[in-house]
Design a protein. Sequence first.
Length: 98
Amino acid sequence: MGLGVAYRLKLFLDFLPMQDVFEYVHVYGMYNTMRDEFTSNSYQGYGLTTEYSLHKRSRTSFFFGGKFTHNISWVEEERNRNFSLGWYTFALEAGFIF
């Protein structure tokens, strides 16, 4: 469960003269819960997700692009054992605009 904000911008258009390219920056704060099946321990804590995506609109109703995401969470176990989780993802996207 989480809450976040997003902002659509055209930062690279100062360097690239393309009107059909756009960027998104997303920032999410979230509350995480997880259960380790091996040890049967439950963990809970807060985390942060940041995303940067670059898309090209090839037609009025279709776009494609890529997205880079960084996630970090600080979780704690019931016995006050805590640690941080972090991971990166990269994705290719395509979609239709209605």
